[in-house]
Design a protein around this ligand. Structure first.
Ligand code: ADP
Ligand code: SF4
Length: 700
């Protein structure tokens, strides 16, 4: 198949200063959670995207100096020769496929706590980031930078740029976004300086200008120099001779960098979840940039539709189509468009599990793409899988995310697959969850897999098939895989912070009751100790139907874990819009049909809340009856020639959809495989010599 002529514009080469990108697909810097400690994992993760057709592949934040130390959050470094060698693995991997490699040199300013280096964080005026969430709180306030500090950071940027060039990077960044040092100089709230670096917009831009200048002086002949800048706040501030200070900033720097990478200011808006925003959400903030510069502009917006991408270019919004999440979910997105296979794109669902990996400090995980981060350590490829030379008949029971992914991967390996589900439609939990407020895009997990499965002649789908142990024995497949999911329980929660007891009452519901079409009667108390999306989403769902809802959780915030996926502030806003009362740090003790008794998590002090129904969003337990009855029939299984019975997804261990997809993929890779990583290959840092880092102070 060939490229739709309408999309050919996406494959034009584009200059970035002295280097040329092969096309307009630009994987903007994004966290991978891999750091220089996992250089092979990282190189293979980035290489997959170059192989898949992305024209520029960038690192995530790469510190220029120990005064920018984000530990324990994962960040890369460009401090010494070992760092150069670690990065070179990635640039070589990216170059093998004709793509350019970019490095996001970064100084975190007052947003980092320098927990490892124990150097004072730096900031223009000593204004700290004092986060409200404990995960980001710190107890070291920044030092106000004097002129020597500014000179030293400029020196470090130039030095890191030279190291980046040695490592093989083609594009080198200056970073002035997301609350980090360059951004702090731009914003008057952070920057109270009365010298030439503070006051007017010209003065506030000076530090960023100098960062670009020193970078260009250091490597500008060989590398493109990119400015990454957040424009959301500045766009909201009227300028003196332009509509906003964002316009003035771009006007002041217009021809200085070789590329503008423009974005929003904070994680929840910059990397917003599909629950709350759609494709192209940055456009109203960054749409003007191209009108003030002749240099190429890249921006993001969770672009997965080639028509939207072309529209961004034709309408003069962007020159490069930036992608972070779309490139994680489908490293081969560009090639699929070029080859006329756009229906095969594995579209990002906007769930932000990838972001949660960074917050967790681990290599990136993706709901849609189970191979993300597994390229090197498990040898998985997002498009190819080792074909079996001994095809087997494999029955999968349960067509939710785990069963669908397992069927797809086993089918690609050449097995004869039967996928059965008791429901009329495949999709498992998503059949209901996709109907809940903001979750429709999540069904891409199902759409992508059903689309591919429908093209495969060796996979048969059996909807409306309730299978018990007898039916399975009668079918006599070579292997059985159970993907039968999990059920929500009505268990309560104790001050030991574990599920305990059960609340049995006719007006106590679980999410499964709502999925089955039952609605609570009268004022309803939602008790959520699952802490991810389901409690908040169901609260919205009930409130939207006119049911008065109170939300109670033992956690400190509503849907507390969604801090990890950038959704938490927006969850609270959504509940407030629905006029839901939120009670935190409370346990549900009992309910008599008219009153719920609550107790404070820490003090035990009891209080009452009037309500007619209770919805418990707490512990999920495996739907495990089928596995148990099969294991009780070992002889019948052996007589039928059934070699194995495995469980995947929620019936093995209930969790987020990302875990179910990964579990289904993993088993499909492992069944009958010649090589099995136990449990996976372990990466190690590259350390050829103990680095003799230059710790001179600027005063010397
Ligand atoms: P996961 O997230 O692990 O994929 P889901 O709960 O989304 O789990 O999906 C499980 C699917 O298994 C549901 O669609 C359910 O209808 C189906 N299922 C459960 N038990 C059986 C069974 N005995 N026979 C056929 N289908 C089943
Ligand atoms: Fe998209 Fe979710 Fe994958 Fe992140 S984890 S890339 S948001 S599908």
């Amino acid at each position: 198949m060939t490229c739709n002529p309408r999309y050919e514009i996406l494959f034009e080469p584009m200059r970035i200063g002295p280097v040329t990108a092969p096309n307009r697909f630009y994987q903007v810097p994004h966290a991978s959670g891999m750091t220089n400690a996992l250089p092979r994992v990282r190189a293979a993760f980035r290489e997959a995207k170059a192989e898949g057709g992305w024209g520029v592949i960038c690192t995530g934040a790469c510190s220029i100096d120990p005064s920018s130390d984000d530990a324990p959050l994962p960040f890369a470094t460009m401090w010494d020769d070992n760092d150069i060698r670690a990065h070179a693995l990635m640039t070589e991997a990216v170059h093998r496929h004709g793509a350019l490699a970019g490095v996001e040199l970064w100084h975190g300013g007052a947003s980092v706590m320098n927990r490892t280096s124990r150097l004072p964080p730096l900031s223009p005026s000593g204004i700290p980031w004092m986060a409200t969430h404990v995960g980001f709180m710190g107890n070291l306030r920044p030092k106000t930078m004097d002129k020597a500090d500014i000179r030293e950071v400029l020196r470090c940027q130039a030095e890191a740029a030279r190291k980046a060039r040695t490592a093989g990077f083609d594009v080198v960044y200056v970073y002035a976004g997301m609350g980090y040092l360059g951004y702090e100089f731009l914003l008057p709230e952070y920057n109270h300086r009365v010298d030439e670096y503070g006051g007017s917009i010209e003065n506030r831009v000076r530090f960023v200008r100098e960062m670009i200048e020193v970078t260009k002086d250091a490597v500008g002949k060989d590398c493109g120099v990119a400015l990454r800048v957040s424009l959301e706040e500045l766009r909201g501030r009227p300028g003196r001779n332009q509509p906003s200070e964002a316009h003035e900033l771009i006007e002041l720097l217009a021809e200085l960098p070789d590329l503008f990478d423009v974005k929003m200011d904070s994680s929840p808006t910059d990397c917003s979840a599909s629950r709350f925003t759609g494709e192209g959400s940055h456009e109203p903030v960054i749409d003007f940039v191209k009108s003030l510069t002749t240099k190429p502009v890249v921006g993001v917006g969770r672009f997965t539709s080639p028509d939207t991408m072309v529209s961004q270019i034709r309408r003069g919004v962007l020159d490069f189509i930036g992608g972070a999440r779309p490139s994680i979910a489908d490293p081969f997105l560009p090639n699929k468009i070029r080859e006329g296979r756009e229906t095969e794109i594995r579209e990002c669902i906007g769930c932000n599990i990838c972001i949660s990996s960074w917050h967790d400090g681990v290599p990136v995980r993706c709901t849609q793409n189970p191979t993300a981060g597994e390229e090197w350590r498990r040898g998985w490829h997002s498009e190819r899988v080792e074909r079996t030379d001994a095809p087997e008949r494999i029955l999968i029971v349960g067509g939710g995310p785990a069963g669908l992914e397992c069927a797809l991967t086993l089918g690609r390996r050449g097995h004869e697959v039967m996928l059965a589900d008791s429901s009329r439609t495949f999709g498992g939990r998503l059949t209901f969850e996709k109907t809940l407020p903001g979750l429709s895009a999540w069904n891409r997990v199902v759409d992508y897999r059903l689309g591919r499965l429908s093209e495969m002649s060796n996979v048969s789908l059996y909807p409306e098939s309730v299978l018990g142990a007898d039916e399975i024995v009668d079918l006599a497949p070579d292997r059985v895989v159970l993907a039968t999911g999990a059920r929500w329980s009505n268990m309560l929660y104790s001050s030991l912070e574990i599920p305990v007891g059960r609340l049995d009452h006719p007006d106590v519901l679980t999410p499964d009751d709502i999925a089955a079409g039952r609605l609570p009667q009268g004022p309803t108390l939602v008790f959520d100790f699952d802490n991810y999306y389901m409690g908040g989403v169901l609260t919205e769902h009930l409130a939207a139907q006119g049911i008065p809802v109170s939300y109670v959780t033992p956690a400190g915030q509503a849907s507390a874990w969604t801090i990890m996926t950038n959704e938490l502030p927006l969850v609270h806003r959504a509940l407030a819009r629905r006029k839901v009362s939120v009670t935190t740090l409370h346990l549900l003790k009992s309910f008599d049909g008219e009153t719920a008794t609550l107790a404070h998590l820490f003090t035990g002090e009891e209080s009452r809340m009037a309500c007619r129904s209770v919805l418990i969003v707490g512990l999920r337990l495996p739907r495990g009856e089928l596995f148990e009855s099969l294991t009780q029939r070992a002889e019948a299984l052996a007589a039928a020639g059934i070699r194995s019975v495995d469980r995947i997804g929620d019936t093995l261990a209930p969790g987020a959809i990302a875990h179910a997809v990964h579990s289904g993929h993993k088993l499909a890779q492992e069944i009958g495989a010649k090589i099995r990583w136990q449990p996976y290959r372990r990466d190690t840092p590259i350390v050829d010599a103990v680095a003799d880092f230059d710790m001179r102070t600027a005063a010397e």
